[in-house]
Design a protein around this ligand. Structure first.
Ligand SMILES: NC(=O)c1ccc[n+]([C@@H]2O[C@H](COP(=O)([O-])OP(=O)(O)OC[C@H]3O[C@@H](n4cnc5c(N)ncnc54)[C@H](OP(=O)(O)O)[C@@H]3O)[C@@H](O)[C@H]2O)c1
Length: 280
C-alpha cells in the first residue's frame, strides 16, 4: 500500500506513476488553474492530469514552472481530443499540447475517448511518440473491455494506463480485473462522482468511524483497490484534505460495504455512445 503522496505504481514499462494526483477538468485557464496547480505541488502533489479539451494547458504549465519543483520530479498527463484522432492529427495535437504546457516531454499521453473507428490509427501515433522518447508512457481513457480487446489485437506496445470513470457507484470490477491481468494500471476519473457521493449515508458512517471525511474515505478506497486517483479541487483546504489519506486503512468489512454501493451509474458519458468531436 502507498504510504505517502509521492508513492508510485510501477507501470509495465518500469515508469513510476504517483498513485495520487490533481485533476483540472473544468478549472478555468488563467489564475484559477495556475493557483490550483501551485497549491497542489506546494502541498506535496507530484502528478497533474489535464487534457487538450480542458483548455487550461497553458496555465498548468505556468503553475508547474512557478511551483519551483524540478520538472523531472513531476508527472504530467494530457490527452488527445476526439476531433484530433487519426495518425497525423494526433501527432500534431501532441505538439500543440506540449507547446501550450511549455514542456519538452510528457509523462503520460492518453487517447481521451475510444470513439468507433480511429483509435487504432491514433494508437500508432502514440506508439511513435513513445518510441521517439517524447512521452514516458502512453495509454487510453474510457476504454471498455471490448475496446481494449480490439486495440490489443494489433498494438505493438500495450497501453500502460486506462483512465476511466470509477467511484463507489461505478466499481467496474470486470474492467479492473481485465486491466490487472494485462498489466494496465487503472486510473479513476471523477473519483468523488463530482461531489455526488459525499452525502451518502454509508460513506458518512464509515468516515465518522475513522475520524475522516467522506472524500478521504472514497479516495482511500481507490488506493486500496489499487486504482490511481486524481480528485479535482480548486480550494487549497480541500487539496490538502483529499491527500490526507495515508494514515489510516479501511477494514475489509468497510471496503466490502463501499463496494456494495455500486449501481453501475455514471456521472459522465458512456464510452459506447460518446460522440462529441468525432466525425465518424
Ligand atoms: N478522461 C476523462 O474522460 C475524464 C473525465 C472527467 C474527469 N477526468 C479527470 O479526473 C479529474 C477528477 O474528476 P472530476 O473533476 O470530474 O470530479 P471529482 O474529482 O470527482 O470531483 C470534483 C468536485 O468535487 C469537489 N470536491 C473536491 N474535493 C472535495 C472535498 N474534499 N469535499 C467536498 N467537495 C470536494 C470539487 O469542488 P471544488 O473544486 O470547488 O473544491 C469539484 O466540484 C478531472 O479533474 C480530470 O482531470 C477525466
Amino acid at each position: 500500500m502507498p504510504t505517502s503522496l509521492t508513492d508510485t505504481t510501477k507501470l509495465h514499462n518500469g515508469v513510476e506513476m504517483p498513485w495520487f494526483g490533481l485533476g483540472v477538468f473544468k478549472v478555468k485557464e488563467g489564475s484559477e488553474v495556475v493557483e490550483s496547480v501551485k497549491a497542489a505541488i506546494k502541498n506535496g502533489y507530484r502528478s497533474i492530469d489535464t487534457a487538450a479539451i480542458y483548455q487550461n494547458e497553458e496555465g498548468v504549465g505556468q503553475g508547474i514552472r512557478e511551483s519551483g519543483v524540478p520538472r523531472e520530479e513531476l508527472f504530467v498527463t494530457s490527452k488527445v481530443w476526439n476531433s484530433d484522432q487519426g495518425y497525423e492529427s494526433a501527432l500534431k495535437a501532441f505538439d500543440t499540447s506540449l507547446q501550450k504546457l511549455g514542456l519538452d516531454y510528457l509523462d503520460l499521453y492518453l487517447i481521451h475517448w475510444p470513439g468507433k473507428t480511429k483509435f487504432k490509427e491514433t494508437w500508432k501515433a502514440l506508439e511513435k511518440l513513445y518510441k521517439d522518447g517524447r512521452v514516458r508512457a502512453i495509454g487510453v481513457s474510457n476504454f471498455k473491455i471490448h475496446h481494449l480487446d480490439e486495440l490489443l489485437k494489433d498494438a505493438e506496445i500495450q497501453p500502460m494506463v486506462n483512465q476511466v470513470e470509477y467511484h463507489p457507484h461505478l466499481t467496474q470490477k470486470d474492467l479492473l480485473a481485465y486491466c490487472q491481468n494485462h498489466g494496465i494500471q487503472l486510473e479513476a476519473w471523477s473519483p468523488l462522482k463530482q461531489g455526488q457521493l459525499l452525502d451518502d449515508s454509508t460513506i458518512k458512517e464509515i468516515a465518522a468511524k475513522y475520524g475522516k471525511t467522506p472524500a478521504q474515505v472514497i479516495l482511500r478506497w481507490d488506493l486500496q483497490t489499487k486504482v490511481v486517483t486524481i480528485p479535482k479541487s480548486i480550494k487549497e483546504h480541500r487539496i490538502i484534505e483529499n491527500a490526507n489519506i495515508f494514515d489510516f486503512e479501511l477494514s475489509e468489512d468497510d471496503m466490502n460495504k463501499i463496494d456494495a454501493l455500486n449501481k453501475n451509474e455514471r456521472v459522465g458519458s458512456d464510452p459506447d455512445t460518446m460522440r462529441a468531436g468525432f466525425e465518424e
